[in-house]
Design a protein around this ligand. Structure first.
Ligand SMILES: [Zn+2]
Ligand SMILES: [Zn+2]
Length: 362
């Protein structure tokens, strides 16, 4: 094979995306933070990804091609008042993949190391310096070199739900959930929050993988890069399989109310009313989970909308979080506290970050 230089083409001009879009002020914004294009191993052009994000009713996306920043410079004209595009990278090391969300445009993060090389902390610092987030991706993916082996101490969130719901996502949610109880025991002391937020992203590469299945619904001050990253970092977010699913979770006690990712401080034995409102999950199963496990289960009607109310106290529960599951393959809701040869629940439709309950008298 012989390669020769041809006539030079027009000079490439980078067009990085703006850091803000037309938001609605403090509001819930939907975004998929793990997407590939032809700039790595995806088959979609950036314009197809942007169109897919709009079709999924997303407000923002993060571009995360594997081990390259080359797509950053083409997103400019594809962003718009209705779609914020944040630059990032998926860093595919030999001991797991992590998302660098919110990189300076054109910035590359190296991927060529294993856990035992002890190079990872240096790249974590690099991403934190640019105000970005470090998020281990699909930590139990069974493919070679995909299982996460760097621990979670330096991470800002963890991707517990990657693409259509599969058994490895169950493992990721279980690990994340037990980490919540550990973090809330004494706090990990390395940041303003003491627990690791959960994220969900599509990791869509090509058709028929669906952009936005799943995505994050984040409470942000506005539709800007920094505000969205702040909301994700604080865990003020829940995970949805599509924009058809709506959800609201609050905890109310002693005259105060807290929402997803927030804390409620109450006297240890004061009643705390947990209220979950859902729509868009026909025949779904609502699960309310604390550090002791599933404490409440309820079925949604065929219409898919409903409200579950359950009472606890801060002395009984360190946190409360919600899951909404589809029916199982045989159409039954499943029983969350049962054992058996099959998973007791159907696929995830929505999952929230926790509301933390603190006892005032501690
Ligand atoms: Zn990956
Ligand atoms: Zn990926």
């Amino acid at each position: 094979m012989t390669l020769r230089f041809g006539e030079p083409g027009p000079e490439f001009t980078p067009h990085y995306p703006p850091e803000r879009a037309r938001g609605r002020g403090r509001a819930w914004y939907r975004g998929d933070c793990h997407l590939h294009t032809v700039h790595s191993d995806g088959r979609r052009l950036p314009e197809e990804v942007a169109a897919g994000a709009r079709a999924a009713s997303l407000d923002f996306i993060v571009s995360t091609d594997h081990n390259t920043s080359s797509s950053h410079a083409v997103w400019g004209p594809l962003a718009g008042p209705d779609l914020l595009i944040v630059t990032g990278e998926e860093v595919t090391t030999r001991n797991g993949h992590w998302l660098a969300l919110g990189l300076e445009p054109g910035r590359f993060v190296d991927w060529r190391y294993r856990s035992r090389d002890e190079e990872y902390p240096r790249f974590v610092r690099q991403v934190h310096r640019s105000g970005g987030l470090v998020v281990p991706a699909h930590p139990y993916c069974p493919y070679v070199a995909c299982q996460w082996k760097f621990g979670y101490e330096q991470a800002d969130a963890v991707e517990v739900w990657n693409g259509p719901w599969t058994y490895d996502d169950e493992s990721a949610v279980d690990t994340w959930d037990s980490g919540l109880a550990v973090a809330l025991r004494g706090g990990n002391g390395n940041s303003s929050r003491s627990w690791l937020p959960a994220m969900g992203n599509s990791d869509a590469h090509s058709d028929p993988q669906v952009i936005g299945l799943p995505h994050n619904v984040v409470l942000a001050e506005d539709l800007t890069r920094d505000a969205v990253l702040d909301g994700l970092r604080a865990g003020r977010s829940w995970l949805a399989e599509s924009a058809t699913v709506e959800l609201d979770l609050t905890a109310t006690g002693n005259g105060r109310q807290a929402g997803i990712g927030e804390e409620l401080s109450v006297p240890a034995d004061a009643p705390v009313d947990v209220r979950l409102t859902v729509s868009g999950v026909p025949g779904g199963t609502v699960r309310l989970i604390t550090d002791e496990g599933q404490m409440h289960q309820e079925s949604l009607p065929a219409g898919g909308s409903g409200t579950a109310v359950w009472r606890t106290t801060a002395s009984l529960a360190a946190y409360v979080r919600a899951e909404v599951r589809h029916p199982r393959a045989d159409g039954t809701p499943g029983r969350g506290n049962s054992m058996g040869g099959e998973l007791p629940w159907g696929p995830m439709a929505a999952l929230t970050n926790p509301i933390v309950l603190r006892t005032e008298d501690r």
